[in-house]
Design a protein around this ligand. Structure first.
Ligand code: SF4
Length: 565
């Protein structure tokens, strides 16, 4: 595996080989990037120039197979002050594999805006003064035309250090969570262009053909709902089961659900879109008037829809477009705006902002991206915004990161998973909502949740190191440990056992935890909101505090960790 170390302060690029033992120990992608993250000095501010922005691919990237499409990005997060990580689909990982570099380790701060061009093991740093101030759509269009490669870029939110700024690729694909775009902006780095021409080798091409057939019949076939509806398909289930976060975590199902669900979206969807070589094609291109956008995904519909009590789907599509243009994480943005709406409703702030006001959401997104007025406060994310606003309403977050669209009061596995996720309240580190929602485990019981969350966390550490799409590795309907081990053996020609992978997954998860311990980010507090009842029709439910503690204790025992004071 090759890493290009790029120091933007000194304009120095150094390419070197990483230890071969890391291929077994940390696989690639997330695992290796996390190992590299320890090179930054402890306890620095995430916007310090010595923070690193690490892009990485893994052994499965570049092959023409559904799901082998993702790139990882690891950094110290401006949201949590701890471990930051995100994954992005599209075509960027494929291009990076062809370029022959596995990791970009970017440190320093350029003295003027720059972009990086990676071409077949050559790395150049170029002037981006003409791009600064442009949104990510414009930036990508210019860079694609000038440099003819796949592009990562930030919009104005990243330039303005909005803490939840993201990095965009092909307009609709993002390194979304944790503030990677803000770290990129803090380095005066506007874009990264990658182009490669190397041939991608597979150790056993005939076996790969067989595997592809198996995957299409046994996994892709199970994902027809994703092809038809994309991620919004799950909203019917979350609403029905009372776990669709509504009115800033006060309710669990939304009266306006039918106006913003997957069926309602059909009116606006123009066509499907896919990452490189993926036949699932779960992306949706939607259009409202002159706005064309990839999405909205389920997380966008929940964050600007039910969470803001907003049933105006057109405003959600427009909010999606603004977030993509300016480069902002939709989950953090929607949570922060909904929090302001809740504070306004309780009379703690006076912003003339009501739940359900779609137009106000759009206006606030502009203000956040440019840090204007109240937007300057919201740009800090919900944890810091609550302090700056000096309100007593509880901001809902774990470690500083706002949760996704699954209320843990009706999903005990998620109550645990939100606090054990090392990047903050995340649904994707374990996908524990799925086995809970589909009845594999009793979603109102702590029974078995610790073992489930641990196994899934280790599994997705491996998936994110390969780097593969987790939609093809979902519990029950997707690939599991055995199939992943088989695929890795086919691609690399090295026999890989399930046991090897399980050990690597645990090692990688422990490493993310170790980074957080080093940085002093040890908070595993579930917001008190989730211990209070959530009303749903004739039934009330909440996370039971005793059960939550028991799950956490059991989880610690399974991990062999000691509780921190
Ligand atoms: S399932 Fe969707 S997100 Fe995953 S690789 Fe395919 S198109 Fe991309």
């Amino acid at each position: 595996m090759k890493v290009a170390r790029i120091d933007l302060s000194k304009s120095i690029v150094r390419i070197s080989e990483l230890p071969t033992s890391w291929e077994k120990e940390y696989i690639g992608g997330k695992g290796v990037a996390t190992k590299l993250l320890f090179e930054i000095p402890p306890k620095i501010d995430p916007f310090h120039q010595e923070n690193a922005l690490i892009f990485g691919i893994g052994p499965l990237n570049g092959i023409a197979l559904s799901g082998a499409t993702r790139m990882t990005c690891v950094f110290k997060s401006p949201m949590t002050g701890g471990y930051g990580e995100s994954q992005c689909g599209g075509f960027i990982a494929y291009e990076m594999r062809k370029a022959g570099i596995d990791f970009l380790f970017i440190t320093g701060k350029a003295d003027k805006p720059v972009y990086i061009v990676v071409e077949d093991e050559n790395v150049q740093i170029k002037d981006a003064s003409h791009l600064w101030g442009k949104d990510s759509y414009e930036t990508e269009d210019i860079l694609r035309k000038d440099e003819d490669g796949e592009v990562l870029s930030i919009g104005q939110a990243g330039e303005n250090l909005v803490r939840f700024a993201c990095i965009n690729h092909r307009r609709g694909r993002q390194f979304g969570r944790g503030g990677a775009g803000a770290v990129m902006g803090s380095k005066n780095l506007k874009g990264v262009v990658i182009r490669g021409s190397k041939k991608i080798e597979v150790a056993e091409p005939e076996k790969l053909k067989e595997f592809r057939r198996w995957l299409n019949q046994n996994v892709v076939n199970n994902l027809q709902g994703m092809t038809k509806y994309g991620t919004p398909g799950i909203m019917a289930l979350t609403n029905e089961t009372g776990v669709l976060p509504t009115k800033y975590w006060q309710e669990g199902s939304f009266d306006g659900f039918e106006s913003i669900n997957a069926e309602a979206m059909q009116k606006y969807v123009e066509r499907n879109t896919a990452c490189y070589a993926c036949v699932v094609a779960c992306g949706k291109i939607s259009k409202v008037a002159d706005v064309e956008v990839e999405g909205p995904e389920y997380e966008t519909l929940f964050s600007f829809g039910s969470l803001c009590y907003n049933s105006d789907l057109e405003s959600i599509i427009k909010a999606n477009d603004l977030c993509d243009r300016f480069g902002m994480d939709v989950i953090s943005a929607g949570n922060t705006i909904a929090f302001l709406m809740a504070c306004n409703e309780s009379g703690e702030v006076d912003e003339r902002l009501q739940f359900g006001d779609g137009e106000a959401i759009l206006e606030l997104l502009r203000k956040i991206a440019f840090r204007e007025g109240i937007g300057n406060i919201l740009a800090e994310g919900v944890m810091r915004a609550a302090e700056l606003l000096n309100v007593s309403s509880e901001p809902v977050h774990v470690k500083g990161l706002e949760p996704a669209g699954y209320d843990p009061r009706g999903l005990y596995g998620m109550a645990l998973a939100y606090v054990t996720s090392q990047r903050g309240a995340c649904h994707m580190r374990s996908c524990a909502y799925r086995p809970n929602l589909t009845g594999l485990l009793d979603r109102f019981s702590p029974e078995g949740q610790a073992a489930l969350v641990k196994d899934l966390e280790d599994f997705y550490c491996v998936v994110d190191s390969l780097v593969f799409c987790r939609f093809l590795c979902l519990p029950v309907i997707g690939m599991g440990w055995k199939e992943i081990a088989e695929l890795l053996s086919i691609i690399t020609g090295r026999e890989t056992s399930v046991e090897d992978l399980k050990k690597a997954g645990e090692r990688i998860h422990n490493l993310t935890r170790e980074f957080n311990l080093r940085e002093g980010v040890v908070n595993e507090r579930l917001p008190s909101t989730f211990f209070k009842p959530l009303r749903k029709y004739d039934k009330e439910f909440a996370v039971d505090e005793g059960s939550f503690k028991a799950m956490l204790e059991e989880y610690y025992k399974l991990r062999g960790w000691r509780r921190q004071a």
